[in-house]
Design a protein around this ligand. Structure first.
Ligand SMILES: [Ca+2]
Length: 274
């Protein structure tokens, strides 16, 4: 018996194959509405500003190598080579380093790194096209509210407890010749990035909001939260990374980097709008 497929069946089959190429949506947590204080009374972190936040959904973990690999496979999008990273005892620009090489992508469970701000936005736009909802980088206020996890008044990390919640500069990175900061008194076995979700979540269910990788936000840089002057050639990144100490990885510490910056300690998570 001869079997032919109709044009409609062909379209359905094509859509099915496209869907199979797409990654599963990253796991989300619902952040409840509330009031919190953005920032701290510290250089480049203030002034402390009370804010009302609506509810929103944010990924429970940083976007992974596996997530990003599915995007690249489906679209042929490719971030340019080059990555600022710790190598041979110094932070240097490594021209031939890429997000998917063995230095950064030995496991699909690691957070994707070595991507620019635009490469993170491209991934978010791809997810948006696939499921009809808008995926985007969090604003820095959303990021800080979510990272504080219903504990706005205090810094959740202490030196003794830090390894429970965060992959920071510790004995593992010291053994690998990591940056010359005072290491935390623990050893998580990961000199650089660690698989996402392997540590305790905060009060809102976010893993690794502090440490592992510094996370891009959608916000243009301002020297102060109340500054009217936004520098949109740079974007705010938050949370600190595997190379950092507690001060650099607080819920209020912030840096502003050019859109072309990419490094072995920068990644991202996303917000999904309804
Ligand atoms: Ca570590």
């Amino acid at each position: 018996m001869e079997h032919r497929i109709s044009q409609g069946q062909f379209v359905c089959l094509s859509l099915l194959l496209l869907a199979m190429q797409a990654a599963a949506d990253p796991l989300l947590v619902k952040v409840p509405p509330g009031t919190f204080v953005l920032g701290a009374d510290a250089p480049r972190q203030g002034p402390p500003t009370r804010m009302d936040m609506p509810a929103f959904a944010i990924t429970a973990t940083e976007i992974t190598v596996g997530d990003y690999r599915a995007f690249v496979a489906a679209t042929d999008y490719q971030p340019p080579a080059g990555c600022f990273d710790w190598q041979d005892g110094a932070f240097v620009d490594v021209p031939d380093s890429r997000w998917d090489d063995a230095r950064h992508a030995s496991s699909d469970a690691l957070p994707v790194v070595c991507i620019r701000w635009a490469d993170a936005v491209a991934y978010a736009d791809w997810l948006s096209a696939a499921d009809g909802a808008r995926w985007r980088l969090p604003t820095e206020a959303e990021w800080e509210y979510a990272a504080k996890g219903a504990n706005s008044a205090s810094q959740p990390l202490t030196p003794d407890g830090a390894c429970t919640f965060a992959n920071l500069h510790d004995a593992a990175s010291v053994q690998a010749g990591g940056p010359g900061l005072d290491p935390l008194p623990c050893d998580d076995g990961y000199a650089k990035t660690a698989p996402v979700g392997g540590r305790r979540a905060n009060g809102f269910g976010l893993h690794d909001s502090l440490g592992n990788v510094t996370e891009w936000t959608s916000s243009c840089w301002r020297d102060a939260h109340d500054s009217p002057d936004a520098d949109c050639s740079r974007h705010v990144a938050r949370g600190g990374a595997w190379k950092d100490d507690l001060a650099q990885a607080s819920t209020t510490s912030r840096v502003g980097l050019s859109e072309d910056f990419r490094s072995g300690y920068f990644g991202f998570r996303l917000v999904r709008e309804r």
